[in-house]
Design a protein around this ligand. Sequence first.
Ligand code: ADP
Ligand code: AMP
Length: 214
Amino acid sequence: MNLILLGPPGAGKGTQAQYLIERYGIPQISTGDMLRAAVKAGTPMGVKAKECMASGALVPDEVVIGIVKDRLQEPDCGKGFILDGFPRTVAQADALQGCLDQLGRGLDGVIALQVDEDALVERLTGRRSCPACGLGYHIKFDPPTVADTCRCGTGLVQRDDDREETIRKRLQVYREQTMPLIEYYQQAESLIVVDGMLEIETVRDDIQAALQAG
Ligand code: ADP
Ligand code: AMP
């Protein structure tokens, strides 16, 4: 199963990726997670990406295209993959198509999660995650059992770019650079539009039903 999760920041891509990993036994490829790891490790790529990410801008296409191309060729992608947060520009979508053609693989679905902008801001400002195991939470919609603490016992953290000013910039970047991909994949006939405003489990079931129907 070769999938793309498409949608604005906060739409629920990472949340839904967790269910798809379990269901299909395929890895999530989150360019955001990979870039954050590179920033933390201080690699040359991380140094390049750091400022763009902090300001809410996109990291240059050639940087992300390079990491995704390498990642798709790793053995655990043999059964499939879930791209989360990639592609984000038409240039990235074209590069992905070229890469998949070379590998002799196609896309089984591009799941577009649709969520209103006010809801996105509320989701992103309330998002927390575990720095140890990576599990995601929301202070209101998916709260931890013990306040501010992951079920693994580690204190939860908030992403630096999940502050209102940076969120507004990221949403603008989404509208300008990523939204054209909806039309792109509609023309390629791989688009599956899902109402991402519904509850987490309902969205999960709707995605599952759409993939089974396809
Ligand atoms: P993305 O990966 O698209 O940026 P996330 O999956 O991290 O988004 O979700 C953003 C925040 O919204 C998280 O705190 C998550 O718990 C919460 N969330 C995800 N899906 C829903 C939903 N359907 N309803 C309410 N909150 C949600
Ligand atoms: P995310 O975790 O998907 O919200 O991404 C966090 C940040 O990483 C974005 O605001 C961008 O700065 C950067 N980023 C992640 N994926 C991409 C991508 N495909 N293209 C360019 N920049 C990206």
